[in-house]
Ligand binder design. Structure first.
Ligand SMILES: [Zn+2]
Length: 384
């Protein structure tokens, strides 16, 4: 007898009733579930062994794992606790006994998804894993419990994240004839004081227009930690036509066309001007002049001239760090424009970088593998 029936006798309120049914759904739905699991196995067993009390011996569709014999007798059922979206349910697995060696086993457990390792439903783990991509492991567990009255441990979710990350990594990736946008951000992970760099690469191109706004078509390529050699090798293997990057690494040779992000360049210049000893106000004219050259030039030619003019201003005033910064980037400033490619900045990937920082910055120091796997799954899911 369910407790909601007791409530309905004295005082009836639909909110109480819905809460009560929600709370007891492992009892209510458990019966339906258990019955379905059992009757499915009984149907299979009747096909394999013939009906009960039937003398005729028939060969089963499965074989004894010990002696390979195909003749069996029924041997009752075994209990199994299964955790799923409506709670912990005890289900039954039909058992048989081998006529030749006497070995007992449950022939259908693997095919119906109840093998020894399947004690928790994949649907429950997937829901909690999806939520864990956005909020901390323990919080996700609490929310799932609040909504479903049951949850799995953070350790189980962590293992699922690791498995999913391995799957994502093993898929083939190419960006042939495409423009790749690569950016990196620091996350608090590993032993290094400043943390670890997470590198993200995607392709992007202009998509259709929705409500007058141009949409962007994006595809995920990779997200990983690693030193410059690892990242460069990964970028190279994409076979991209062009790479737009923030300038943290020298990417010469990683693609036929390399473009420096025109948004990062002036911001980085501010930093170098500070290194050259200029105060806040004194930095402004140089930055303004650079932005003018990068974004308001009428042609590639005038863009190069304007850019060189800024280098001249810097050199003339002995601002060496700043001058070298711009000189180093000279060959990568006009590439997108010259080749009529979209987006001369890493803006297609910026939004994802902010999302990455938001999830990673939760006041803990992560393990490098732990944060890489989680962010990989999170970002990949967003793109698919
Ligand atoms: Zn046997």
């Amino acid at each position: 007898m369910l407790s909601y029936q007791k409530i309905s006798e004295s005082f009836f309120n639909v909110n109480d009733l819905s809460e009560e049914i929600h709370h007891n759904r492992d009892l209510i739905l458990g019966d339906i579930f258990r019955e379905a699991v059992l009757s499915h196995q009984e149907t299979l067993l009747n096909q394999d062994l013939g009906g009960r009390y039937q003398r005729k011996q028939i060969e089963a569709g499965f074989a004894c794992p010990v002696c390979n014999c195909r003749s069996f007798t029924r041997k009752g059922k075994r209990q199994r606790v299964y955790k799923c979206v409506f709670g912990k349910i005890t289900v039954f697995l039909l058992q048989v006994k081998c006529s030749s060696c006497g070995h007992r086993f449950c022939p259908y457990k693997d095919s119906i998804g109840l093998s020894y390792i399947d004690r928790i439903s994949q649907g429950l783990i997937a829901r909690q894993m999806d939520l864990t991509c956005h909020i901390p492991y323990a919080k996700a567990q609490n929310f799932i419990r609040l909504c479903l009255d049951t949850a799995v441990s953070p350790v189980t979710v962590r293992k699922a994240v690791d498995r999913k990350a391995d799957q994502i990594r093993s898929r083939p990736v190419t960006a042939k004839d495409r423009v790749v946008y690569e950016d990196s951000t620091k996350v608090k992970a590993g032993d290094k004081d400043r943390g670890e760099s997470i590198h993200l690469a995607i392709t992007a191109k202009p998509g259709y227009t929705l409500n007058g706004r141009p949409r962007m078509w994006k595809r995920f390529l990779f997200l990983k930690t690693g030193n410059a050699d690892v990242i460069k090798e990964s970028l190279k293997s994409l076979n991209a036509k062009a790479i737009v990057h923030d300038g943290d690494m020298d990417l010469t040779g990683c693609a036929p066309l390399i473009q420096r992000c025109l948004w990062h360049l002036p911001r980085q210049l501010k930093h170098f001007l500070w290194m050259d000893g200029l105060d806040f106000e004194a930095r402004k004219p140089y930055v303004k002049e650079l932005i003018e050259a990068l974004h308001h030039s009428s042609s590639v030619q005038t863009m190069k001239q304007g850019y060189n003019k800024v280098i001249g201003m810097l050199t003339g005033n002995n601002l060496d760090h700043s001058a070298v910064h711009l000189k180093n980037a000279f060959n990568e400033v006009t590439i997108v424009r010259q080749n009529k490619l979209p987006y001369p900045t890493t803006s297609p990937v910026e939004r994802e970088m902010r999302e990455i920082n938001r999830r990673a910055d939760v006041g803990v120091r992560w393990s490098v593998k732990g944060i890489e796997n989680l962010l990989l799954v999170k970002t990949y899911n967003k793109f698919t």
